[in-house]
Design a protein around this ligand. Structure first.
Ligand SMILES: Nc1ncnc2c1ncn2[C@@H]1O[C@H](COP(=O)(O)OP(=O)(O)OP(=O)(O)O)[C@@H](O)[C@H]1O
Length: 213
């Protein structure tokens, strides 16, 4: 069974506008890292938002772990889908230190478990020594790792990442890509990410999906 199954998904921004996603279908296996590529504006970010539950499709179905999260009669709220999302700008809370940014994702755990899980996440992304720093005191790559830790902390079934490397300079990209690959494989994570860059696809994905406009 595929972890994510998308069938005949359609979506447009506003009634009467041309569809951004038109009868799109694909499936993703557990543990796979899949890159979504395609021309600018052809709906890559929208597809991630639909899977996360941040947009409602006009038609079609998305199943996660065999259960429908959206179809004509079902809509499962984003926080109940088992989806972690890393946004293009990382969306860290600027007034919270690294520790608090990650703890935010752990609020439903009992205090003791929360502390243990926080330490595990910090170790995974190599930021144990940075936990009291604020986002503006971190490099782009370190901010990306905080966003990743926050998304992974919720133990999502699938991790969605929108242009995860776009804010990094060329020098950082190589090392961050290989670090990310190690983290994903260590966590046995299923991951779907959007990119413009074929080098990202070659570096970290098992395969790619070309989204046609
Ligand atoms: N909130 C919105 N309201 C109206 N139209 C939107 C909205 N968000 C995106 N669009 C339009 O929908 C289309 C798909 O946008 P989307 O961001 O999914 O594309 P993308 O493939 O991720 O683009 P890029 O590669 O440039 O980031 C674009 O034409 C965009 O202008």
């Amino acid at each position: 069974m595929s972890l994510v199954e998308i069938s005949n998904l359609s979506f447009s921004y506003g009634r009467g506008n041309a569809p951004v996603i038109d009868q799109f279908s694909c499936s993703i296996e557990k543990g796979e890292t899949v890159g979504i590529v395609g021309a600018s504006g052809n709906g890559k970010s929208t597809l991630l938002r639909l899977i996360a539950g941040l947009e409602i499709p006009a038609g079609g179905e998305i199943r996660i772990n065999g259960l429908p999260v959206v179809n004509e009669s079902t809509f499962v709220q984003p926080e109940r889908r088992g989806v972690g999302m890393v946004f293009q700008d990382y969306a860290l809370f600027p007034h919270m230190c690294v520790r608090k940014n990650i703890e935010f994702a752990l609020h439903q755990l009992p205090r003791k478990e929360r502390a243990k899980h926080l330490e595990e996440m910090l170790e995974l992304v190599h930021l144990t020594d940075y936990k009291e720093r604020y986002p503006h005191e971190l490099s782009g790559g370190q901010q990306q790792r905080v966003a990743l830790a926050r998304a992974l902390a919720q133990k999502p079934a699938i991790l969605l990442m929108d242009e995860p490397f776009s804010n990094l300079d060329a020098g950082l990209k190589d090392s961050i890509r290989s670090e990310l690959l190690t983290i994903l494989k260590k966590a046995e994570m299923t991951c779907l990410f959007v990119t413009h860059d074929w080098e990202d696809v070659e570096a970290i994905s098992d395969r790619s999906i070309h989204l046609q406009s």
